[in-house]
Design a protein around this ligand. Structure first.
Ligand SMILES: NC(=O)c1ccc[n+]([C@@H]2O[C@H](COP(=O)([O-])OP(=O)(O)OC[C@H]3O[C@@H](n4cnc5c(N)ncnc54)[C@H](O)[C@@H]3O)[C@@H](O)[C@H]2O)c1
Length: 255
């Protein structure tokens, strides 16, 4: 291991929750690799972080591509000399009834949300083993309880929890901890279509927030703090677990 600064890869780090995770780790002194397919947002975030003298590197990556993921792992370690944390955050959702989903929907959702988490781990494993690092996979409350018309997404997120558990067991003696975070309703890109269709987005935000027991929509920082905790020394005896960060959404049967 050559570098002394700890290094994290955040997939889908250019926007939304991933961006919050990038900002959290950067402000904690990590070198942060933003792995996102969105070149414009990735470059913009890298520029903004570097202006604040935060150590950030954008590597354009489509997590559906095995070649991109292999190159992401190689380039990260070439540049920074080590890898301590992998956060599998990139995700897509599509709302449709089961009979209306297409095979293309299945492939896109499963490849982005589930297969990518297997592939990043496959190519980052040796680096994480040598740093005794940790992995956080972003799942969702939809792994446990569904909205209507989102069954493929929910299946991918339930898969992430099983993958997390299995990897935690298989990597325990390597000193690599693996955990999952399940966000509830978070103010990020996934909420934008709902707000764009609302007559008054501010009123809509408040109304959605009122459906959450804690009375507000979550922010990317709420998820970022949970990810940061799970990768910290304070969580050194925690592996294979799923931390729900949803303002209490899953605690009740109806609003
Ligand atoms: N927002 C929520 O309410 C919510 C709730 C539960 C779980 N989640 C999960 O949190 C994660 C982040 O979601 P978000 O709300 O921030 O979404 P978002 O749409 O705001 O951001 C997603 C980011 O992932 C990137 N991305 C998408 N496909 C990619 C690919 N193939 N390769 C590389 N990058 C890709 C996008 O470019 C974007 O920067 C997802 O896994 C999502 O399922 C979100």
């Amino acid at each position: 291991m050559t570098g002394s600064r700890q290094v994290v890869i955040v997939t889908g780090g250019a926007y939304g929750i991933g961006r919050g995770i990038v900002e959290e780790f950067a402000s904690n002194g990590f070198a942060v690799v933003i792995a996102d397919r969105d070149n414009e947002r990735g470059e913009m975030l890298q520029g903004k972080m570097q202006e604040s003298r935060l150590c950030t590197r954008f590597i354009q990556t489509d997590v559906r591509s095995e070649a991109d993921i292999e190159s992401l792992a190689t380039r990260t370690v070439e540049e920074f000399g080590r890898l301590d944390v992998l956060c599998n955050n990139a995700g897509v959702e599509r709302y449709r009834r089961p009979e209306e989903y297409t095979t293309e929907d299945w492939n896109t959702i499963i490849d982005t949300n589930l297969r990518a988490a297997f592939l990043t781990v496959k190519y980052c494993y040796l680096h994480l083993k040598s740093s005794r690092g940790s992995i956080v996979n972003i799942s969702s409350v939809q792994a446990f309880a569904n909205e209507k018309e989102i069954s493929l997404y929910a299946a991918s997120k339930a898969g992430i929890i099983a993958l997390t558990r299995g990897m935690a067991l298989d990597f325990a003696r390597d000193g690599i901890r693996v955990n999952a975070v399940c966000p509830g309703i978070i103010h990020s890109g996934m909420l934008e279509p709902v707000l764009q269709n609302a007559a008054d987005p501010e009123v809509a935000l408040k109304a959605i927030g009122n459906t959450v027991p804690l009375g507000r929509i979550g922010q990317p920082a709420d998820i970022a703090k949970a990810v940061s905790f799970l990768t910290s020394q304070s969580a050194s005896y925690i592996t294979g677990t799923t931390l729900v960060v949803d303002g209490g959404l899953l605690t009740r049967l109806s609003t």
